[in-house]
Write a protein that binds this ligand. Structure first.
Ligand code: NAP
Length: 539
């Protein structure tokens, strides 16, 4: 343990990803002293940790970047419609340099505890190395998908070759040429990684438990003409995102799938299948995510596409989802994913048919066969939304633990505050529209709302802000109520806090916010306009 050092700040922010950096920028404008603690050795968050092959945006690049600086928008040129991880990390680094943000960030500093001192009205933040700092305000910017989860398969530590979790990928690229690879997981990450690794791999075996519906990303380079067009239309791009449920550049059409003639519907699906990004998910008929009959029509369309693209009918059937409808789990976007299974050197193992028994010193043993590998890749996902909170010992008024408070599922006000935890803000926290969003768009809203609140408190000479129990109960009820009609609450996925690798964590409570970013923004604005109704403000 290093010598304990003591530091006092107006605000401490946990995390130097997209959210933490923007919050730092805004709080500096208010003249506040700020310290950001970041576990990694550089800025970037998601784009710092997820360096796996194929990692890239599923959002149109030009809808993803920060919108707050005209100069930044003018200077930065995205090279691809859906930019890749190396470029995305460079972007965040560029922003940090441009606004001189690094000087308030302490890297390689993982926070282990945050305790509220009621008498002093301050938070004490403890790092893993024992160092401490205090602040009046505590802001978590810990990410939605930042705690990687390994599968609970026997023998994972026995493997003598190299293994990698996609969310903790090495900084030096891994060379797959001529190697035998086993990869577990076919979510949005696995689908990206498999398509990229397949380009150079010696032999790859994909272990799939649940097939997902995937749709083409249609990435491409941005031409100089497109670049000029993008730069000229940033205002419209961001205005469009403001009207969209998930803050993307896609909005559902007015018609309902169940009300249009089948040929017209088929032609529309065909058109969407040829469009970029989440058009087919977010720009579809407005009933596909709420009406099972409507959902069946698009599910069948995608199944047909899988059968067309995969040559071996038996392999195609294995890739076809059987337990959920299109888009009810997060839609993976792909670039040649299905064609990978037409390669001679790629094998698909359905682990429901032949379960994995254990990882061995040389590979993976299923009920059917023993596979030998040089590398094993775990694309097995994250302890979503709650994981990053649960690994920090948050203690509020009277020593109450956040983990205990949330044991039956999160309870929040606006997904940004928690009763009993004064002066603490959870950017992109559970029940917050930002968890189900083209994330920087919703991050900017969260940060600006918190900043406006601080500005108001400064002006009024106030120093304490706490959510009331009534406000928290009401918001939590609203989150559950509005999620009920959505089909994705009927299906097992990280949206519902379900991860079979995390036993005892299955509360089946919706972790996100289903009523959409526009509704969420409206409700946050309403709280502010009504003198921060639901919050107790005091000096
Ligand atoms: P995920 O969606 O949770 O997928 C994990 C995969 O691992 C699933 O296929 C899961 O199977 C499988 N798995 C886990 N444990 C297993 C076990 N013991 N045996 C066999 N299979 C096992 O995680 P993810 O793919 O990392 O994606 C998480 C989220 O990250 C996405 O939903 C998305 O929001 C985000 N993401 C975004 C982008 C982007 O924007 N560009 C890219 C990648 C990811 P089951 O389904 O059967 O559990």
């Amino acid at each position: 343990m290093t010598e304990t050092q003591s530091d006092n700040f107006d605000a401490i922010i946990i995390g130097a990803g997209i959210a933490g950096l923007y919050q730092l920028y805004r709080l500096r404008e208010l003249g506040m002293t700020v310290r950001v603690f970041e576990a990694g050795s550089d800025v970037g968050g998601t784009w710092y940790w997820n360096r796996y092959p194929g990692c890239r945006f599923d959002s149109e690049s030009y809808s993803y970047g920060y919108s707050f600086s005209k100069e930044l928008l003018e200077e930065w040129e995205w090279k691809e419609h859906f930019s890749g991880q190396p470029e995305n990390l460079k972007y965040v680094q560029y922003v940090a340099d441009k606004f001189d943000l690094r000087r308030d960030v302490q890297f390689e500093s993982r926070v282990s505890a945050c305790h509220y001192d009621e008498a002093a009205g301050r938070w004490t933040v403890t790092l893993e190395n024992g160092d401490q700092a205090t602040s009046r305000y505590l802001i978590t910017a810990v990410g939605v998908l930042s705690v990687p989860v390994m599968p609970t398969i026997e023998g994972v530590d026995d493997f003598q070759g190299e293994s990698f979790h996609t969310g903790q990928w090495p900084h030096d690229p891994v060379d797959f040429r001529g190697k035998r690879i086993g990869i577990i997981g076919t979510g949005a990450t696995g689908v990206q990684a498999i398509a990229e690794i397949a380009k150079t791999v010696g032999h790859m075996t994909v272990f799939q438990r649940t097939p997902n519906y995937c749709a083409p990303l249609h990435n491409g380079e941005i031409t100089p003409e497109e670049q000029a067009e993008i730069k000229a239309s940033y205002d419209e791009i961001f205005a469009k995102c403001k009207t969209s449920h998930g803050a993307f550049v896609h909005n559902p059409v007015r018609e309902k799938a169940v009300e249009v003639p089948p040929e017209e519907r088929e032609a529309f699906y065909e058109k969407l299948y040829g469009e970029r990004g989440f058009s087919i998910w977010m720009g579809n008929y407005r009933d596909i995510m709420v009406d099972e009959d409507a959902n069946v029509t698009i599910s069948e369309f995608i199944k047909k596409k899988i059968r067309e693209r995969v040559k071996d009918p038996a392999v195609a059937e294995k890739l076809i989802p059987f337990d959920h409808g299109f888009g009810t789990r997060r839609l993976p976007l792909e670039s040649g994913y299905y064609e990978v299974y037409n390669q001679e050197n790629v094998e698909l193992v359905d682990v429901r048919e032949t379960p994995i028994e254990r990882v061995t010193a040389t590979g993976i043993k299923t009920s059917d066969k023993e596979y030998e590998f040089d590398y094993i890749v775990y694309a097995t996902g994250f302890d979503a939304v709650l994981g990053a909170f649960n690994r920090i010992d948050f203690r509020g008024v009277g020593g109450i633990s956040l983990k205990d408070k949330w044991v039956d599922g999160p309870r929040t006000f606006l997904g940004m505050q928690v009763e009993g935890f004064p002066n603490m803000f959870t950017l992109v926290g559970p029940h917050n529209a930002a968890t189900f969003c083209n994330i920087p768009r919703c991050i900017e809203q969260n940060v600006e709302w918190v900043t406006d609140l601080f500005r108001h408190m400064q002006a009024e000479g106030l120093t304490s802000v706490a959510a009331t129990k009534e406000a928290e109960d009401e918001w939590t009820e609203h989150v559950h109520e509005t999620s009920e009609r959505m089909l994705f609450t009927k299906v097992d996925s990280w949206f519902m806090g379900i991860n079979p690798n995390l036993k005892g964590r299955d509360t089946r409570k919706f972790l996100l916010y289903a009523a959409g970013a526009p509704k969420y923004n409206e409700m946050c604005d309403e709280v502010a306009a009504n003198g921060y109704k639901g919050l107790t403000l005091s000096a």
